[in-house]
Design a protein around this ligand. Structure first.
Ligand code: PMV
Length: 333
């Protein structure tokens, strides 16, 4: 058996983050040009399972670090494939900035599951990949909505509503997922504030405030829901101008939810002044990234303005070009 490789895309939450934790819909898109990779080399019997995370200079034996989320994901995937043991060296690397809101954790985990299943010639459907990855996402974030693992595993724009029933620990929920067909390509510029914020912090802070002022926050979530429904219609119709205005509205609501930060607001404002159709923070907030919707002509000027004003990283990407199959098939080399 030779080396097996597989990859998975980053992701971007277009709208509805945070409200999605409270059962409201959100829309996310895959970032197919920014990917994580997993490479599997078969080893002689008795070698066991070794993981190498080359970006962070880490190397470990799965059996020696029983609480490690990636090691647990390897074991869960082997179990899912009805395998009791394997002798493999698995190398992981990623072009997706860590803890930025571009789904690095879900992408690495998805590449790992895809590579393992391909290695044993078992092509898993996206929903099974997504469920396995959700287990590792839980270990990083507590009780994530599941939107990250879903969009990464499906590798298509999705409409997502998490399951109503609170799933017991370690069981994947069954969310409502719809693949969206986007009417016109979206020219996106993603600006990274460079401020690293762990998603669970704004999530638990908002939960505390929601518990104290439930009606106020429920009303804000309902307003986000309205915006997300309108964005969905505009996406399908290919009406970028309307989407831009609605993204601005979503950002205002996120500000009211206490999720933005001065750095995010500054990048959002800069993008709008440089000609973006709309801009908002994306993902967990309090740091991380913002996204600007542009057209073909304003993509470069918006990216240049974000760089000039000090964005730690700027990514230009296009979403919604002709649909491609989810990359569950790995590359055999
Ligand atoms: O920080 P990210 O990009 O993983 O996004 C978190 C999105 C939230 O809605 C804030 C949390 C969740 O679990 O959906």
């Amino acid at each position: 058996m030779g080396i097996t490789s597989a990859s998975a895309p980053g992701k971007l939450i277009l709208c509805g983050e945070h409200a999605v934790v409270y059962g409201r819909p959100a829309i996310a898109v895959p970032l197919t040009e920014i990917r994580a990779e997993a490479h599997i080399v078969p080893m002689p019997p008795g070698s066991g399972l070794r993981l190498i995370a080359s970006d962070v200079n880490r190397e470990w034996v799965v059996d020696d670090m029983t609480t490690d989320p990636l090691g647990k994901l390897v074991l869960a995937t082997l179990h899912h494939l009805n395998l009791s043991a394997a002798n493999l060296t698995i190398t992981l690397n990623s072009a997706i900035p860590i803890a930025s809101g571009m789904g690095s954790g879900a992408a690495v985990a998805t590449a790992l599951v895809r590579a393992l299943s391909n290695h044993f010639s078992r092509k898993l459907p996206p929903e099974e990949v997504s469920s396995l990855v959700y287990i590792s996402e839980q270990r990083y974030h507590g009780t994530p909505s599941g939107i990250d693992n879903t969009v990464v595993a499906y590798e298509q724009p999705i409409w997502f509503v998490k399951s109503h029933a609170q799933s017991p620990e370690q069981q994947a929920p069954s969310p409502q997922i719809e693949r969206l067909t986007i009417g016109t390509p979206l020219f996106l510029v993603i600006g990274d504030t460079g401020v690293r914020s762990k998603t669970h912090m704004p999530v638990s802070n908002l939960r505390q405030r929601w518990q104290e002022h439930t009606n106020h926050y429920e009303s804000l979530f309902d307003q986000v829901t309205d915006v997300v429904h309108q964005i969905r219609d505009a996406l399908i119709a290919g009406d970028s101008t309307t989407i831009g205005a609605l993204l601005n509205r979503n950002h205002s609501l996120l500000q009211e939810l206490g999720i933005s930060s001065p750095e995010l607001d500054h990048l959002v404002k800069t993008a709008r002044l440089a000609g973006a159709l709309g801009a908002k923070l994306s993902g967990g907030g309090w740091g991380g990234i913002m996204v600007a919707l542009t057209d073909k002509q304003t993509m470069q000027p918006v990216a240049a303005a974000l760089r000039a004003t000090g964005a730690a990283q700027v990514v230009e990407t296009t979403v919604g070009l002709p649909a491609r199959e989810p990359a569950t098939q790995g590359l055999m080399v």
